[in-house]
Design a protein around this ligand. Sequence first.
Ligand SMILES: CC(C)(COP(=O)(O)OP(=O)(O)OC[C@H]1O[C@@H](n2cnc3c(N)ncnc32)[C@H](O)[C@@H]1OP(=O)(O)O)[C@@H](O)C(=O)NCCC(=O)NCCS
Length: 155
Amino acid sequence: MIRGFHWTDISDACAIEAHAFPDDTWSAESFWGELARTIVGGRYFAADDEAGTLLGYAGVAFTGDDAHLQTLAVAEQARGKGVGAQLLGAVLAEAADRNADRCLLEVRADNTAALHLYTGAGFERLGTRPGYYVGGGEALVLEKVLSGKDVQEGH
Ligand SMILES: CC(C)(COP(=O)(O)OP(=O)(O)OC[C@H]1O[C@@H](n2cnc3c(N)ncnc32)[C@H](O)[C@@H]1OP(=O)(O)O)[C@@H](O)C(=O)NCCC(=O)NCCS
């Protein structure tokens, strides 16, 4: 189930985070900061199972007409079952609801799983950011143009 991310999810999210991003792990304070920023327009989503176990999370921020994916992670034992695609779908639906022109994100150039997820959802390469990650890894900047706004404004 996809639902809003609450402060009570932070502890479980930190455990997923540590495994998902071992080189640049967000702390509990980072998640608190992200949730605080949702007051000015961003949104965080959580995925959980029937028992209420947190399976993953994703966040989106808005700048001007752009939506920007802040993070997306799925617990290792829950991967490959469509959870990441559901979370990304929630982010894109939120971006469309807010009438964003496009959704942007950065992803490690060697992150095969994430690249499959994003390209499968219609993201295309916009550019690169050399040295973007801790340790110097290159980021690909991906963009998905959101057609909803064109349709709404075209008539
Ligand atoms: C990237 C990540 C979120 C994907 O989550 P997931 O729940 O496993 O993804 P899904 O099951 O929804 O799969 C989505 C698509 O990606 C593909 N995919 C997922 N893992 C893959 C892998 N290891 N190799 C190749 N393709 C993969 C799936 O086959 C699916 O494609 P399809 O619809 O054509 O079948 C997850 O691997 C993760 O948390 N990784 C660590 C954190 C991370 O890298 N986040 C992204 C930061 S930009």
